[in-house]
Write a protein that binds this ligand. Structure first.
Ligand code: B1M
Length: 210
């Protein structure tokens, strides 16, 4: 078994210490950082994403795998930055104003990072203006908006309207998600996409930046 396969499999078992050790070994063996990222960490996370989508594993498994991914990613980040590795795209992410639920949003962020996106996470309780300001400031191509309360869902509409008011639609897409959110709601408010779970959000963002 190669060190890359070992990393991917350890990640899937949520073995963060072991992933850290193995990534250090791979770096010492001069395996390029991009190879470790794509063929070990992202490969492992992609299996996790698929298993989560199929309900073969559950939230705690995803969080353990994510912790293991970060154990490796933290070691790679300086090398990737040095090598100027192109990212899949930049996404501004947050939970809407009035909403403190952030577990699902964090999961979406982890899966997006796992898929190679740069994620600017604004946290929770984020007003519409802050989403759009941040997207402009960071040159993001997608805003990801999460809401868990029916009372906070209208903030999503405010984000879409502000993107339009600033003439950014066309180059800045808005994707929405969260337990009370639906495809119908996304269409009603004019959002560009709806992700029903974290893995699906990655698929939708990928399609939007294509
Ligand atoms: Co609250 N809460 N909560 N809560 N809470 C819900 C959402 C609720 C459904 C519980 C219930 O009554 N059955 C209910 C909402 C009812 C409604 O609006 N219809 C509710 C309520 C009422 C409240 C309070 C008002 C309670 C009170 O104080 N009276 C209060 C509000 C606080 C606030 O936000 N202002 C409140 C508080 C809290 C806690 C702080 C205690 C805690 C949040 C902790 C935290 O997030 N840091 C909490 C929790 C944990 C929940 C439940 C139990 C679990 C939510 C969760 O994390 N699920 C929830 C009940 C439930 O949903 N069954 C509930 C796991 C998570 C992985 O799933 O977030 O759905 P989820 O994310 C999924 C998808 O939705 C999707 O991908 C994720 C992974 O598959 N997704 C996206 C999410 N964001 C996405 C974005 C995307 C794409 C996909 O693109 C950008």
């Amino acid at each position: 078994m190669t060190v890359l396969t070992e990393i991917a499999e350890s990640l899937q078992r949520g073995e963060d210490d072991r992933v850290g050790h193995l990534v250090r070994d791979a770096i010492e063996q001069q395996v390029p950082a991009l190879d470790i990222l794509n063929n070990a960490l992202l490969a492992g996370m992609s299996v996790i994403g698929e298993q989560f989508r199929l309900r073969e594993i559950f939230l705690p498994d995803v969080l353990l795998a994510a912790r293991a991914m970060y154990a490796g990613l933290d070691l790679l980040k300086p090398l990737l930055a040095r090598d100027g590795v192109p990212r899949a795209g930049r996404v501004v992410l947050g939970s809407v104003q009035g909403d403190l639920h952030d577990i699902g949003k964090n999961l979406v962020g982890i899966m997006l990072e796992g898929a190679g996106f740069e994620v600017i996470d604004l946290g929770s309780d984020v007003p519409a203006k802050r989403f759009v300001d941040a997207a402009e400031a960071h040159g993001a191509s997608v805003i990801g908006v999460s809401a868990l309360l029916t009372t906070t869902m209208p903030v999503m509409k405010a984000v879409v309207e502000l993107v339009r008011a600033r003439g950014l639609n066309g180059r800045l897409s808005v994707i929405v998600g969260g337990a009370p959110v639906s495809d119908a709601w996304a269409r009603e408010i004019g959002a560009d996409g709806y992700g029903y779970d974290a893995a699906n959000a990655v698929e939708r963002v990928r399609a939007l930046v294509k």
